[in-house]
Ligand binder design. Structure first.
Ligand code: CA
Length: 220
């Protein structure tokens, strides 16, 4: 079932999921369909999805950003957690994976809550800023190309209102960030990103060891 949790034994992760995971059937189906794809590791873990839904409800989010849609799990889990009139602006440039995403959004009956923008996410975020959307979002999830994490973050920090939350995925990068011999481009980008947020006094910071590492940045 769920095999993504750094530092938890498989037995303990099974226990955690058996005693807390309440994954809707459609999300489970989406996860199983995605698991057949070569890039299936890009999908978020279900316990992480449930946490994000919990968080979105806890902060009373209405308008959210999803940067890196892939097959749509994160957009869908957040859209299902939003109140009536809620909206996810979902950004991705991959027409093929997002075809699956759009099919599941339809089946779940939340397609009208998801404003999908098929374009490079930086273009979409810049467009939103140019359109006067500064401070208009409550929550953002960043899970796309790691070399642009800093750029996505800087834009989200303007688009999310003070008190809003930005969640950033893969910040522990399978543990590779702590291996000094790993100088891969994405590893270096995540390391630099983590160091930047640690020193950033515009946010309240928490790095959770859930799934592949999830940073929460609350805009002050
Ligand atoms: Ca990810």
């Amino acid at each position: 079932m769920n095999d993504k949790a750094l530092g938890l034994s498989p037995e303990l992760l099974d226990y955690l999921c058996a005693n807390s995971l309440r994954e809707p059937e459609l999300l489970q189906q989406l996860r199983e369909e995605t698991a057949k794809l070569p890039a299936s590791l890009m999908q978020i873990a279900p316990d992480q999805g449930q946490f994000m839904a919990w968080l979105v409800k806890a902060i009373g989010a209405k308008r959210t950003l999803d940067i890196g849609v892939f097959t749509g799990y994160s957009s869908l889990v957040v859209a299902l957690a939003l109140p009536e009139g809620g909206q996810v602006v979902a950004c991705d440039r991959d027409p093929k994976a997002t075809e699956i995403a759009r099919r599941y959004w339809q089946m779940a009956g939340v397609a009208d809550r998801i404003d999908f923008r098929l374009a490079p996410a930086l273009d979409t975020l810049d467009r939103l800023l140019a359109d006067g959307q500064r401070d208009r979002f409550d929550f953002a999830f960043i899970d796309a190309d790691k070399s642009n994490y800093v750029n996505y973050y800087e834009r989200c920090l303007q688009l999310v209102r003070p008190g809003g939350t930005i969640a950033i995925d893969n910040v522990l990068w399978s543990g590779r960030v702590a291996d000094p011999t790993d100088t891969d481009k994405s590893t270096e980008a995540i390391r630099a990103f983590n160091a930047k947020l640690y020193a950033d006094d515009r946010i309240d910071l928490s790095l959770l060891p859930i799934a592949d590492g999830l940073t929460l940045a609350r805009r002050r």
